[in-house]
Write a new protein. Structure first.
Length: 246
């Protein structure tokens, strides 16, 4: 099943309501590694979903065009948005300062998507993923073990993260990588809604999904009886520049 599993009202609503934002340090690292300030930059945000990354860049002065194939997700955008396939971008050559993928590139064809991004960008291509940091919390590690029995679940990252760096390097870009660590404070109900926004949950039978959520609620309340979770997080960022950094 493709990423269009997200193109359903209930999934888009859960995604917008509960997916984590990205920390300030991520945007700082993006500017540093790309050599491009977000203030005034033209950005094509591919696989933008409900616009979490788009809004983050817009708040820092970027002019963002969000691109996604899931119309229900794009409906949450405040700015410019276009229904588009990341493998065939409907933008002119060199029309953007940055082409970005936040939590999205793994749904695309590696070589084709990076080739399109290089065609569209003047400066750099970047991809990043938020994930829970299971090494820093036993309760999170236990949650991942329980989720491992769910069809389609592939771990907290869900993919071989350096793959985008390899694809960028193979296409001739000058690649830089960084991990950004942060902490999310969130209510249990929001964290559970976040679980519902993932593709492996969207594919489950609704009764099974409800049962899983209630099981996790019980486990989380044992660790955090007050109902608020402290979630260690990390973001993997890869940036490929068309021109090497000086």
């Amino acid at each position: 099943m493709s990423h269009l599993v997200f193109d359903a009202p209930r999934v888009a609503e859960a995604y917008d309501a509960a997916r984590p934002e990205y920390p300030v340090a991520l945007y700082d690292a993006l500017s540093e590694l790309s050599g491009s300030s977000l203030d005034g930059a033209v950005v094509v945000d591919v696989g933008a979903g409900t616009g979490i990354s788009s809004r983050g860049m817009m708040h820092r002065g970027a002019r963002v065009v969000a691109a996604d194939l899931a119309g229900h997700m794009l409906a949450y955008h405040d700015g410019a948005a276009v229904l588009a396939d990341g493998n065939v971008l409907p933008f002119r050559d060199g029309s953007a300062d940055l082409v970005t993928y936040a939590q999205a590139w793994h749904w695309l064809h590696p070589e084709t998507s990076i080739g399109e991004a290089i065609r569209v960008t003047r400066r750099a291509v970047a991809g990043w993923w938020n994930s829970v940091d299971t090494a820093k919390a036993d309760w999170l590690a236990a949650c991942q073990i329980r989720l491992s029995g769910v069809p389609g679940y592939t771990g907290p990252e869900g993919r071989d993260l350096p793959a985008i760096a390899r694809a960028m390097a193979a296409a001739g870009l000058d690649v830089r990588e960084r991990w950004v660590y942060w902490t999310r404070h969130v209510a249990i109900d929001v964290f559970l809604t976040n679980l519902r926004s993932h593709s492996y949950m969207a594919r489950l039978d609704p009764v099974q999904a409800d049962e899983l959520i209630e099981r996790e609620r019980t486990e989380f309340l044992r660790a955090f009886p007050g109902g608020d979770l402290v979630v260690p997080m990390r973001v993997y960022l890869a940036v490929g520049r068309k021109e090497p950094a000086e």
